[in-house]
Design a protein around this ligand. Structure first.
Ligand code: ATP
Length: 361
């Protein structure tokens, strides 16, 4: 069947029993062998989607196809899915080997113990947990338990691997290491993977593509860099990027975008980037912090309140219209707190949004 649409979700909706519409008309597809991140803030519906894919929740309407066949009426155990939960859900009284073998030794497709052990050990080799085979999960670190959970999901050789915030119980440094390991592992096994996270940096680093949700609706379904360079709307521009994007409230009047203490000719913007002709009225002008440049004569003059060092760069913090703003500069830039600075806004890299969040530039 189609490798382009190995997983296909069509017009999926989920209304919970209390009447809450958690998923509203969501459609997307995943290529065979791809690692796709479902990204979004807490409560946006990521887990609801995973649970419908796994068959743990029944959709209100819409369809889910694996390899071209609808699975909505297929029992969870027959969907050939591996599911790694946030809390790992390992059996504490079993050893690592017993945990990994477990799915192979129960149910109608169970196989003989020695055969199950052979398969378990093959995958344990791959995830490098063979040394802990006879230990119980309680004696392992978070990262090691995570690997056991993944190995247990892989032994059944599922067609699709679902991972729900698998790194959230690990400390920051370990998260970086394990996310690299997960990507390397799923690529080596070649398994199609949907990975849920609320962490944009994690999604950008691990995903072949990212699907960003908010309020049960897809905001953007794209390659990582496009969320940064070409955000679909105000929500996307503000959700992705660290430090966060700078927003300036402006009004379009007489061909100028007028802020509280600056005015920029619309003619100064890159005309090819306008998505439509703009009516006069209120807009938000949004610019990523590295596209605010300290210069001699700029668009606006601000007083720097604080300077923060982040590795090779520095963040200059300032207030404008009672909103916190950030400007990202090189480490060598000598600007310090209390300095008055002129800032040039890089208009060819800016975005303009309507009050409803629609991107018009
Ligand atoms: P998190 O990252 O916090 O886990 P999420 O994006 O995975 O969030 P979901 O768990 O899918 O979000 O929940 C989506 C929305 O549906 C939330 O507003 C949640 O409160 C609501 N919800 C989840 N389960 C139920 C339920 N059984 N009944 C009613 N509402 C629910």
């Amino acid at each position: 069947m189609s490798n382009e649409k190995f997983v296909e979700v069509k017009n999926l909706r989920k209304v919970y029993d209390n009447g809450y519409e958690a998923i509203k008309d969501v459609s997307f597809s995943v290529k065979k062998g791809d690692l796709v991140c479902l990204l979004g803030p807490s409560g946006c519906g990521k887990t609801t989607i995973l649970n419908m894919l796994a068959g743990l929740l029944f959709p209100t309407s819409g369809d889910i196809l694996f390899d071209g066949k609808s699975v909505v009426k297929t029992e969870p155990k027959d969907r050939q899915i591996g599911y790694v939960f946030q809390n790992y859900a390992l059996y504490p009284h079993m050893t690592v080997l017993q945990n990994v073998m477990f799915p192979l030794t129960v149910g109608k497709n169970k196989i003989a113990k020695d055969e199950a052990e052979k398969i378990a050990r093959k995958y344990m080799e791959l995830t490098q947990i063979t040394d802990f085979a006879n230990q119980r999960p309680g004696s392992l670190s978070g990262g090691q338990q995570q690997r056991v959970a993944i190995t247990r999901a892989l032994v059944q050789e599922p067609k699709i691997l679902l991972m729900d915030e698998p790194l959230s119980n690990l400390d920051a440094r370990l998260r970086l290491k394990i996310r690299e390991e997960i990507r390397a592992l799923v690529k080596k096994v070649g398994i199609t993977t949907l990975f849920v996270t609320h962490d944009q940096e994690e999604a950008l680093s691990i995903g072949d593509k990212i699907i960003l949700f908010n309020d049960g609706v897809i905001q953007q379904d794209d390659m990582g860099q496009n969320f940064y360079l070409e955000p679909n709307n105000y929500f996307v521009a503000n959700f992705v990027g660290n430090p966060v994007i700078d927003n300036f409230e402006v009004e379009l009047k007489d061909g100028k975008l007028v802020g509280s203490d600056f005015a920029i000719d619309l003619a100064d913007f890159d005309q090819d980037r306008f998505k439509k002709n703009l009516d006069e009225g209120k807009y938000t002008l949004s610019i990523r912090p590295e596209n605010l440049k300290p210069v001699e004569h700029g668009h606006l003059s601000v007083k720097i309140e604080d300077v923060e060092l982040i590795g090779r760069e520095r963040i200059l913090k300032f207030e404008h219209d009672n909103m916190q703003h950030r400007c990202l500069v090189d480490l060598e830039q000598p600007i310090k707190a209390e300095d008055q600075v002129e800032l040039q806004l890089r208009l060819d890299r800016a975005f303009i949004f309507t009050p409803e969040g629609e991107r018009v530039y």
